[in-house]
Design a protein around this ligand. Structure first.
Ligand code: SF4
Ligand code: SF4
Ligand code: SF4
Length: 774
C-alpha cells in the first residue's frame, strides 16, 4: 500500500517514531533555543505583542466592522455585587453596561478556547520533550521552509527545536493570564477594549495550535504537507466488531499513540480494532492508517450507546461530561487519561499495568496519567471485555422501539427542547405504527446531544432508538476521508499565490468547526462540493473534515475520492484536527510572505493588512459550538479573514458586521485615501441556512486588490450561486461592481440591465495597492 510517495515498509518505519526517536542518536548541532539576534530576517515592529501592542490594528478592524451584540441574557451574575440587571441602558453595580458585558463574555469564551489549545499544546510539547529531549529538531521537510508562519509573525521566533515551541507557549500562557484577568470585576470597562482583548486571545489561540501541531507532526512523523496522504476508513460501518474494540475520544494523540505502539511491539495490530471520535480520531490516523474514524463529535453518544466499544479512552476536549455513566451502562470499561478530565476516578498511575488491569476488572473505570501505561492496559483489557460483549445488548431492537414509541404521550417537549426543533414527536407517532421513516430522517440530522430524551416525561431513550434505526437502515456507513496532511507546502503557495491575490482563483473556503450543524453532516459536504466544482480551493479540519467524508455521490464516492488533496484550484485539503486549523491561516500568511515578500518576523499588522486586502479566503464554521471555535474564529478575524457561522453561531452573542457602506483605504501607490466597495463586507456573520451560507461565500472572497478579471470571476460565481439557490440576482450586486470591466462577459447583458435598474455608477478610480494602515 502506498501512503503518498512512501512504500509499505517506509510506513512501518514511520509508524512509531517515539520508539524510533527514543533510540535515535539525535544530532546536537542544533542550538537550544533561538538566538533572538540571529539574522534570518530583520525583526519587525511587534515581536511578542502584549495586549495593547496591536490595539491600533484591532481598532481599525472594529471601526470598519463594529461589534453587533445579541445578548442571550440581560443579567450579569459574575460577582456578589450582583446579580445586576443590565437591560434598558442600566449599569451594573461595578459600572458595567450591557455592551461591555457582552464583549466581556466573548473575551472569557475566547480565553477558555485559547487556554484549551495552549493547555493541549503544552501537554504535547512537555510530553515530547520528556521523551525526545529539548533539542529535538523541528523539521517539516525540504518543501516547507516557512515552518511556522504564525510563530514567525507573532513572536519573531523561527522555531528550530521543541524547546523553541516551549518558549512560544510560555508567551501564550503569559498573555492568556493577562487577558483573563482583564475579565475580572472592576477591570476593563470599554467594549472596544474587551473586543481588542478577545482578538488578542484569538491570535494566541492560533499560535498555540501551531506550536502543538508542529510538535506532533515532527515527533509522530505525521504527514508533512503530503497531498497524497492516505484515504482512511470513516463511519460506523467500518468498525470490525468481531475484534476487541478500543474507542478513543477527544483531542489528544498521546494515549492513542501508545496503544498503536503496544500493538506494533507485540505484532497484534490486526487483532484489535482502534477507532476514534473527534480530533483524536483524525490525529491517530495521521500516525497510522490502521485506526478507523467513527465520526465527528455528533456521533459520540450514538456510538457509545451502540455498545460496540469494549474500552473507551477519553483524553481532553469535546467529550461528553456524562461519558462515564454512558460507558458503564454498556458494560464497557472507561480509562480517563488527562488531568483536565478526571471524572472523579481513582488515579491508578502508580500501579503496574497488570495491577491496573485487575483494578479495572473490578471497578470498570480509572484515571491513568502515565499515558505509556495506557497502551498495554487498553489492549489487554479490551481483549478480556470483548469476550463478554456478545452477551450484551445495549440498544432496543426494532420491535421494542415500536413498543417504546407507544408509550409516547405526544406532549412535544422533545421537539421544543431540541436545539434544532427536530421532529422527534412525529417520529414517535410514525414508529407507533411500525413506520421508521421519521427516525431514519432523524438519524441523518441529529447530533446526539440528548436534550430530547433528557426532557421526555416518559423517559424514552430517544437517542438509543434513533441509533438502532440508523444501524438497521443505514447499513453501509462506510466512507473514505483523507488523513490530515498538515501544512501547505511552500511550492503550492508559489503556484497559487498570484491567482489567489489577483482573483483568478475565486477563493479559499475553509470548512472548520464542531458538529452542531443545523441539518446534519451532509450540508457541510454540500458546501464543499459546490465550491470544489467551482474550482475554489476547499480546506477542512476537525469535525467539518469528517462531515465532508460522510457523503457519497451516486457512484459511492466521497469528495475525498473525487478531488485531489492539493492546495490548488479544485483541491480538497484536509489539514487534520482542530490544532491543524493553524495551517489554514498559515497558508494565507505564507501567500503574503512567499508570493509578495512581506516580511513576517514580528510584523503582524502588515501581514494581516495584506491578507485583509488581498487574500480571498473565508472561513465557514457551520457547526461552531465550543469556546475553542469562538477563539479560532476570532483569531482568524484578527488576521483579516472573514468567517461565516451557522445559525447557532448567534449564541456567541457577538458578530462583526459591516454596515454596507463604502470603506476607506489608502492606495500605497498614490498615497491617496479613497472610498472603495465594502469588501470583504463582514468579518464574522451568521447564515440562517445552507443556501444563504453558499451565497455569502463568493461575496466574502472579494478583496479590494482583485484585478478586473479576478473580480469578474468572483462576481460570476456570486451571481451564479444566487440564481441557483434563490432564482434571482444578488440584491446587493451593484455594491461590488467597480467598473464595466468587473462584469463577467458571459452574463454581461443581464448584469448591465440589473445595474441600470439600480442606478449604478462606475467608480472613477480604485486603489492599485490598498491598505488600511494609514
Ligand atoms: S460584575 Fe458588575 S455587572 Fe456583573 S454582577 Fe458584578 S457588579 Fe454586576
Ligand atoms: S439528540 Fe438529536 S433530536 Fe434529540 S435534542 Fe439532540 S439534536 Fe435534537
Ligand atoms: S417528550 Fe417524550 S413523551 Fe413527549 S412527545 Fe417527545 S418522546 Fe413523546
Amino acid at each position: 500500500m502506498i501512503m503518498g510517495n512512501r512504500t509499505d515498509s517506509d510506513i512501518k518505519k514511520l509508524l512509531f517514531p517515539l520508539i524510533k526517536m527514543k533510540n535515535a542518536n539525535i544530532s546536537m548541532t542544533i542550538k537550544v533555543g533561538e538566538d533572538e539576534d540571529e539574522d534570518w530576517e530583520p525583526m519587525g515592529p511587534t515581536p511578542m505583542p502584549k495586549i495593547p501592542t496591536l490595539r491600533h490594528w484591532d481598532f481599525k478592524l472594529l471601526e470598519r466592522y463594529p461589534p453587533f451584540y445579541m445578548p442571550i441574557c440581560d443579567m450579569c451574575c459574575l460577582c456578589t455585587f450582583g446579580k445586576c440587571d443590565l437591560s434598558k441602558g442600566k449599569k451594573g453595580a461595578c459600572g458595567l453596561n450591557i455592551k461591555a458585558q457582552q464583549a466581556r463574555i466573548v473575551l472569557i469564551a475566547c480565553c477558555i478556547g485559547a487556554s484549551c489549545h495552549a493547555g493541549h499544546s503544552r501537554h504535547l510539547v512537555h510530553h515530547l520533550i520528556e521523551v525526545l529531549g529539548r533539542d529535538y529538531p523541528i523539521n517539516l521537510g525540504n518543501e516547507i521552509e516557512v515552518e511556522a508562519p504564525i510563530a514567525r509573525t507573532v513572536t519573531g521566533i523561527r522555531p528550530r527545536t521543541l524547546a523553541d515551541l516551549e518558549r512560544i507557549l510560555d508567551y501564550c500562557e503569559e498573555q492568556i493570564t493577562h487577558l483573563l484577568s482583564a475579565a475580572h470585576t472592576g477591570q476593563e470597562g470599554s467594549y472596544l477594549d474587551f473586543e481588542s482583548k478577545a482578538l488578542h486571545a484569538g491570535m494566541i489561540d492560533d499560535l498555540a495550535r501551531e506550536a502543538g501541531d508542529i510538535a506532533q507532526i515532527v515527533a509522530y512523523n505525521m504527514p508533512k504537507g503530503d497531498e497524497d496522504a492516505p484515504l482512511i476508513d470513516l463511519g460506523f460501518g467500518c468498525i470490525d466488531k468481531s475484534k476487541p474494540v478500543i474507542l478513543c475520544i477527544g483531542h489528544n494523540v498521546v494515549p492513542g499513540s501508545y496503544i498503536l505502539e503496544y500493538l506494533e511491539e507485540n505484532g497484534i495490530e490486526d487483532d484489535v480494532e482502534i477507532c476514534g471520535i473527534c480530533c483524536t480520531a483524525i490525529d491517530i490516523t495521521r500516525v497510522s492508517e490502521k485506526p478507523k474514524v467513527v465520526g465527528p463529535l455528533s456521533r459520540q453518544l450514538m456510538f457509545v450507546r451502540s455498545g460496540v466499544a469494549d474500552v473507551v479512552i477519553v483524553d481532553e476536549q469535546c467529550i461528553r461530561t456524562d461519558i462515564l455513566e454512558e460507558v458503564l451502562k454498556t458494560g464497557a470499561v472507561l480509562i480517563a487519561t488527562n488531568e483536565k478530565m478526571c471524572l472523579g476516578l481513582e488515579d491508578v498511575s502508580h500501579m503496574s499495568e497488570d495491577e491496573i488491569i485487575g483494578y479495572l476488572l473490578r471497578k470498570r473505570a480509572c484515571l491513568i496519567l502515565d499515558e505509556e501505561k495506557v497502551g498495554k492496559v487498553a489492549v489487554e483489557i479490551a481483549k478480556i471485555i470483548a469476550k463478554e460483549r456478545k452477551d450484551r445488548k445495549t440498544l432496543p431492537d426494532l420491535s421494542e422501539i415500536v413498543e417504546l414509541a407507544k408509550q409516547c404521550s405526544e406532549c412535544g417537549w422533545c421537539n421544543r427542547n431540541c436545539p434544532n426543533t427536530f421532529k422527534v414527536k412525529e417520529a414517535m407517532i410514525l414508529a407507533k405504527k411500525g413506520n421508521f421513516d421519521g427516525f431514519i430522517d432523524l438519524y441523518r440530522r441529529c447530533y446526539g446531544c440528548g436534550r430530547c430524551e433528557e426532557i421526555c416525561q416518559r423517559n424514552l431513550p430517544i437517542v438509543s432508538m434513533t441509533t438502532k434505526v440508523g444501524e438497521a437502515y443505514y447499513k453501509d456507513l462506510k466512507f473514505k476521508m483523507r488523513a490530515g496532511r498538515g501544512p501547505i507546502k511552500d511550492v503550492e503557495i508559489r503556484s497559487v499565490g498570484a491567482p489567489i491575490v489577483f482573483g483568478d482563483i475565486p477563493g479559499v473556503v475553509a470548512l472548520v468547526g464542531c458538529s452542531n450543524h443545523p441539518n446534519g453532516e451532509e450540508e457541510v459536504a454540500m458546501i464543499a462540493k459546490e465550491f470544489l466544482e467551482r474550482k475554489y480551493i476547499v480546506v477542512a479540519t476537525g469535525c467539518a473534515a469528517m462531515a465532508i467524508g460522510m457523503w457519497k455521490d451516486k457512484d459511492g464516492k466521497t469528495l475525498y475520492e473525487k478531488y485531489p488533496g492539493e492546495f490548488k484550484a479544485g483541491g480538497l485539503v484536509n489539514c487534520g484536527s482542530c490544532l491543524s486549523n493553524c495551517h489554514i491561516t498559515g497558508a494565507a500568511i505564507k501567500i503574503a510572505n512567499i508570493f509578495a515578500k512581506v516580511p513576517l518576523r514580528g510584523n503582524y499588522a502588515e501581514v494581516a493588512d495584506y491578507i485583509l486586502n488581498k487574500v480571498g479566503a473565508v472561513g465557514v464554521a457551520w457547526g461552531a459550538m465550543s469556546q475553542k471555535a469562538a477563539a479560532i474564529a476570532t483569531g482568524v478575524n484578527r488576521w483579516g479573514i472573514p468567517v461565516i457561522l451557522g445559525p447557532h453561531g448567534a449564541k456567541y452573542r457577538r458578530l462583526y458586521i459591516g454596515n454596507g457602506e463604502k470603506f476607506t483605504v489608502k492606495d500605497k501607490r498614490t498615497e491617496s485615501l479613497m472610498e472603495i466597495e465594502p469588501v470583504p463586507e463582514h468579518l464574522i456573520i451568521t447564515a440562517e441556512n445552507m443556501k444563504e451560507c453558499i451565497c455569502m461565500i463568493p461575496k466574502l472572497c472579494m478583496r479590494p486588490n482583485d484585478t478586473p478579471k479576478g473580480r469578474a470571476n468572483k462576481i460570476y460565481h456570486y451571481v451564479d450561486v444566487y440564481e441557483k439557490y434563490f432564482g434571482r440576482m444578488p440584491p446587493d450586486l451593484e455594491k461590488f461592481v467597480r467598473t464595466e470591466k468587473d462584469i463577467p462577459f458571459m452574463i454581461k447583458d443581464k448584469v448591465m440591465s440589473y445595474l441600470e435598474e439600480k442606478g449604478w455608477k462606475p467608480f472613477d478610480k480604485y486603489p492599485q495597492d490598498p491598505t488600511v494602515l494609514y
